[in-house]
Design a protein around this ligand. Structure first.
Ligand code: ASP
Length: 309
């Protein structure tokens, strides 16, 4: 039997230790632990990597602490526009969605696009039409409301600036969520979900729903979910770049992921991190910021829930 493992993130950034209260830190760690444990149980019971990453991401989307699903950041027009993606490393099937509103679990809609449509990527009104056909229930805007995110938005509304989660304050971080997993059959998958950037406008879309940029999975190499300054992660084609280094330069998962996060994307000016797994169940969670909400768990005994370096 293959080693099975799962790694998740809840965003990266300048998580200044002193600015986090012990209570809040406990809440974050509990939310991460709940997500990793539920995803791990799926794998333990012989479930697929795809089902494990969906399970973990849904739990993070349901928590107001992260910038995805409930707690997603506000756009320039005080709405929530969410993006998500999922990829199956066994078949290279993928599903992605962007600029959707009112959907409780965008990752599940991305999975339905992968499994129940002929397409890979649906956006905006069309994606909402598809969700309607799939009988998704729409949540009221109040469901997604979070006081802290609203305050962040009030500080910069009516300006031209947009920001990665609360990057204007010293405690800047990216609150996107994601998961990667390797199941008992050695199949891998990745999923990512986000509310994007505070005060974003013009239908801005980041890396999270873009296959190859913020999310990628291929049994031959790795499964990757990213968080960080999306514009740079798109230009760096970050998730696929890690896979390319493994495939064409024979690098290990850890070396390839570290090279991209600590060198290539930094040289481009981007900050953030990623979680990665390969088909042998190895994991890597590099980030070039002060912290990244993250957790990992593997059948070989590894178990970690961390925030700082
Ligand atoms: N990468 C996301 C975006 O640019 C932001 C994040 O990671 O929090 O939309």
């Amino acid at each position: 039997m293959n080693t099975f493992s799962i790694a998740i993130h809840g965003g990266a950034g300048t998580l200044v230790k002193g600015m986090m209260t012990p209570e809040l830190e406990t809440q974050y760690k509990q939310a991460l632990k709940k997500a990793i444990d539920h995803g791990y149980v799926v794998l333990e019971n012989g479930g697929s990597a795809v089902d494990a990453v969906e399970t973990a991401v849904k739990i993070l989307e349901d928590s107001h602490l992260f910038n995805a699903g409930k707690g997603a950041v506000f756009t320039a027009t005080e709405t929530h526009e969410m993006d998500a993606s999922i990829m199956d490393g066994k078949t290279l099937n993928a599903g992605a969605v962007s600029l959707i509103t009112g959907i409780k679990n965008p990752v599940s809609l991305a999975k339905d696009i992968m499994e129940k449509s002929e397409h890979v990527f649906l956006a905006g009104d069309g994606a909402m039409e598809f969700a309607k056909e799939m009988n998704y229930k729409l949540e009221d805007p109040e469901y997604f409301y979070d006081e802290f995110r609203h305050k962040q938005w009030l500080e910069i509304k009516d300006t031209d600036s947009f920001q990665l989660d609360h990057s204007k304050t010293k405690d800047s971080k990216f609150g996107t969520v994601g998961a990667v997993a390797c199941d008992k059959d050695g199949n891998i998958a990745a999923a990512t979900s986000t509310g994007g950037m505070t005060n974003k406008k013009w239908g801005r879309v980041g890396d999270s729903p873009m296959i190859g940029a913020g999310n990628y999975a291929n049994n031959k190499t790795c499964a990757i979910s990213c968080t960080g300054s999306g514009e740079f992660f798109i230009r760096g084609v970050v998730a696929y770049d890690v896979a390319c280094l493994m495939e064409h330069k024979n690098m290990s998962l850890k070396d390839a992921a570290t090279e991209v996060i600590n060198k290539r994307i930094l040289e481009l000016g981007g900050d953030g991190g990623l979680v990665a797994v390969d088909a042998k169940g190895n994991m890597a969670m590099p980030f070039n910021t002060e912290g990244m909400y993250r957790a990992s768990k593997s059948s070989n005994g590894i178990e970690e829930v961390s925030i700082y370096k």
